[in-house]
Design a protein around this ligand. Structure first.
Ligand SMILES: Nc1ncnc2c1ncn2[C@@H]1O[C@H](COP(=O)(O)OP(=O)(O)OP(=O)(O)O)[C@@H](O)[C@H]1O
Ligand SMILES: [Mg+2]
Length: 203
């Protein structure tokens, strides 16, 4: 059963040894030379799987990886049943503030482990048993710099503003949660987010 067919990846609901699972396949690009394309898809899926493993080791819930197939550029992972954070925030109103704070803590744990996500949106986070499960590390990487971290938070903030009426309050909570985990190191990152936003206004 198809879950999503995007420009980069196709996701299907499936089973792995009797467990509910999701197949994520990086789709071939016909405009690229086949060999080059195969290489890129494989390396991208391998990076995605590695970042998921590192995120888990850093205490960030992610789907369990059941299998990885480099020839098909495919990851088979645990199916996480639960709404996206976008849906949770839409439903909760002001009770979403606590969820937003938890979002900040989870991002802090990722950053503290040297991981940047690259596509932080409330659609790339699922909600299960009162916890956030982070998905879609396909644009992620390893970076401890405040610029990369700032870009991560900036993208999240922009996504909140375009999707949620309470964006300002949510973002404030995200920053609180982030500070709890990152400590004084958070200051430089938050300052960078503001810098990125003022750059946007004048260029
Ligand atoms: N493990 C999972 N369990 C349940 N649903 C999932 C899982 N992984 C992905 N999904 C669903 O599929 C959607 C798309 O997944 P994902 O974000 O990984 O792909 P994408 O945005 O197309 O990826 P990419 O950015 O790599 O092109 C998610 O928003 C989510 O609704
Ligand atoms: Mg996604």
């Amino acid at each position: 059963m198809l879950i999503k067919r995007g420009a980069e990846a196709e996701l299907r609901r499936t089973e792995f040894l009797g467990r509910p699972a999701v197949d994520k396949v990086r789709v071939p690009k016909s405009y690229r030379l086949t060999e080059l394309d195969d290489g890129l898809r494989r390396s991208r899926i391998r990076i995605e799987a590695r970042l998921m493993a590192e995120a888990r080791a850093a205490g960030v819930p992610v789907p369990i990886i059941y299998d990885i197939d480099l020839v098909e550029a495919k990851i088979v992972m645990e199916y996480v049943s639960g709404p996206t954070l976008k849906e949770v925030l839409d439903r909760r109103g002001s009770a979403g503030l606590e969820v937003a704070r938890e979002m900040g803590r989870v991002i802090g744990r990722l950053h503290r482990a040297g991981i940047v996500h690259g596509d932080l949106t409330t659609s790339n986070m699922l909600w299960r048993d009162g916890r956030i499960v982070m998905i879609d590390f396909s644009l992620g990487g390893k970076d401890r710099g405040r610029e990369a971290r700032g870009v991560d938070l900036h993208l999240l903030r922009e996504g909140l503003v375009s999707a949620h009426a309470r964006a300002t309050a949510y973002y404030r909570e995200v920053v609180r949660g982030y500070r709890e985990v990152m400590g004084p190191e958070a200051d430089g990152v938050i300052a960078t987010v503001k810098e990125i936003e003022s750059r946007g206004r004048y260029t």
